[in-house]
Design a binder for this molecule. Structure first.
Ligand code: HSE
Length: 317
């Protein structure tokens, strides 16, 4: 096999109370990459679609290219690779766009090499790509995109990542307003220290969220979706945020918050019908601020990134 296609899903990082340590994957949208072996060494990006011409085609600056190069460096394979990247995730949305591209590229290159590394061993390469994308090697998008489901990053040093069981009937609504926020900018508004009172409330919530998912206890999940650390500072960047959260709960959501670094809003509900209603209600709220938005309703993605073979191609030079 000399060519492989892989898909990696959008993700919701933080999940309100778990700044940088919690995230989950959704079923769609997904980024797609096609990797092909080439005779010349080195990693090249041969085409990118769906980005409006905005992503770098330099493999040293593109997350898919960086991740594959890190993989090859660590594993010692001196293999030339060509990358085609088909973006389906909006850029600067808070839906883990850079992570989906690097994760898809990593599962594809690992597959092409005969899967010498396990899924979780690919994480450090995807994290390095995140560092290139936004200056911070956080794992709360790349880990769920790679592994699927809800993922807890208990520790970064050493890296200790664990999956949390996902209740079957949980649905996610993503409402992406046509605004763009760079993760780097959204991180720059945060403070370096947190008052003890807020820290106490925050770790109560993250523990509550984990227990709520494991039992499952939907009331506990809903009560735990509160963020005292990042959301108060970031929400000012999203028009009507406080009202949007209230609207989501009134429409039946367990809770809602900023997806990753925003501006996308996520909400969790216990049925597809409720999740759809929540999406419509929030879209109406954004319309009140003359902001168009796109709504995605999806189950939680338990699988993470997937690979599928493509028509065999000759090695390209
Ligand atoms: N945890 C990261 C942040 C996720 O909130 O900055 C970025 O998508």
């Amino acid at each position: 096999m000399n060519s492989i296609k892989a898909m990696a899903p959008a993700t919701v990082a933080n999940v309100s109370c778990g700044f940088d340590i919690f995230g989950f994957a959704v079923e769609s949208p997904c980024d797609e990459v096609i990797l092909t072996l080439r005779d010349e060494p080195g990693v090249v990006i041969t085409s990118i679609t769906g980005d409006g011409g905005r992503l770098p085609t330099d493999a040293n600056r593109n997350t898919a290219g960086v991740a594959v190069q890190e993989y090859l460096k660590a594993t010692g394979y001196n293999q030339g690779i060509a990358i085609e990247l088909n973006k389906h995730l909006p850029l600067g949305s808070g839906m883990g766009s850079s992570a989906a591209s690097s994760v898809a590229a990593l599962v594809a290159v690992n597959h092409l090499m005969g899967n010498p590394l396990k899924r979780d061993e690919l994480l450090p390469f995807a994290m390095e790509a995140e560092r290139v994308a936004c200056g911070s090697a956080h794992a709360d998008n790349v880990a769920p995109s790679l592994l699927g489901g809800f993922v807890l990053i208990r520790s970064y040093e050493p890296l200790d990542v664990t999956r949390i069981p996902t209740p079957d009937d949980l649905y996610c609504t993503l409402i992406h307003p046509q605004l763009e926020l760079k993760t780097e900018d959204s991180r720059n508004v945060l403070k370096a220290s947190v008052p003890l009172r807020d820290a106490v409330r925050q770790w109560g919530n993250i523990a509550g969220l984990v227990v709520g998912l494991m039992k499952p206890d939907y009331g506990l999940i809903g009560r735990s979706l509160q963020d005292y650390i990042a959301e108060p500072l970031r929400s000012v960047l999203i028009p009507g945020f406080d009202r949007i959260k209230e609207t989501a709960v009134q429409a039946g959501a367990l809770g809602a918050g900023i997806s990753g670094s925003g501006p996308t809003i996520f909400a969790l509900s216990v049925s597809a019908a409720t999740a759809k209603k929540v999406g419509e209600a929030i879209r109406d709220e954004f319309e009140g601020f003359r902001v168009e938005s796109e709504v995605y309703v999806s189950r939680i993605n338990a699988m993470g990134a997937t690979v599928e073979s493509v028509e065999q191609k000759e090695n390209i030079v």
